[in-house]
Design a protein around this ligand. Structure first.
Ligand code: PLP
Length: 258
């Protein structure tokens, strides 16, 4: 059983909807605790309605009374109260294989995490996850620095995030320069791994981060370690992006922005 703790995207490309589709496609049984409803389409977010933190806590407590979890993925957490409720759950339950996608701002530019909550993500959640999966902008926001522009800078930022308390970091290279997208991964005290994938021309990239972190959570219980799970998750994501090229859903603009 794989749990996603995340927000809803009615358009079905990102959020809980993407997470559950990914779990199903990879043969995992998916559970979902909602943190927020968003009103959005492929062009952007028009509103966010966060779930009261006490009710996020109630969803989590009721779920684990009955269902044993094999892995957890955490996505949009909307505000500081929800971030604390999720952190309390991780401290109390210590579920296996926790992936935190520190979602902050959608590609469309809309905020998905209140800026006041960044401190809770940095100070509490970061150290409670086994792996965090920031893109270059999220890594920079967590570190209070400029975004990495090269793989060498990404390697330094992975080290800095481990120093900040993260136990494992996959810094995604989609925003870095180069013909291939290189992600950098390391766990505290472990070797550095680089994962390269071709940069695909598709415009249907909304929800790519949600899908990768969900695939990692779904595949970790049947993989010997995180690098093996990441390898398999990236293979799945590349195939999903290739397949998405033929889809005509909504109307992203010419830059592929939504
Ligand atoms: N909406 C929700 C509910 C999400 O969780 C996310 C990303 O995690 C997004 C939108 C943004 O997706 P993208 O930045 O790929 O457009």
């Amino acid at each position: 059983m794989v749990l996603t703790i995340a927000g809803s995207d009615p358009g079905g490309g990102a959020g809980i909807q993407a997470d559950l589709k990914t779990f199903g496609a990879l043969g995992a049984y998916g559970c979902a605790v909602l943190t927020a409803l968003t009103a959005q389409n492929t062009r952007g977010v028009t509103g966010v309605h966060a779930v009261p933190p006490a009710f996020v806590a109630e969803q989590l407590a009721t779920l684990v009374e009955d269902i044993a979890l094999d892995a957890v993925k955490i996505g949009m957490i909307a505000d500081a109260g929800i971030a604390d409720a999720v952190a309390d759950f991780l401290v109390d339950q210590r579920p296996p294989h926790v992936v935190l996608d520190p979602v902050m701002v959608a590609t469309s530019g809309d905020r998905l995490l209140a800026s006041s909550a960044e401190q809770v993500v940095r100070g509490r959640l970061l150290a409670l996850a086994d792996v965090i999966t920031p893109n270059a902008l999220e890594a920079a926001a967590l570190l209070g620095t400029e975004p990495a522009e090269s793989v060498e800078q990404a390697v330094q930022q992975v080290d800095a995030l481990l120093d900040l308390g993260a136990r494992g970091v996959l810094l995604k290279g989609g925003h870095l320069t180069g013909d291939t997208a290189t992600d950098v991964f390391a766990e505290r005290g472990g070797d550095l791994h680089r994962f390269s994938a071709p940069r695909l021309g598709t415009r249907n990239t909304h929800g790519t981060g949600c899908t990768l972190s969900s695939a990692m959570a779904a595949l970790r219980p049947t993989s010997p370690d995180w690098p093996a799970a990441i390898d398999r998750a990236k293979e799945y994501l590349t195939a999903a992006l290739r397949a998405a090229d033929d889809l005509r859903i909504g109307s992203p603009d010419d830059q592929g922005r939504l």
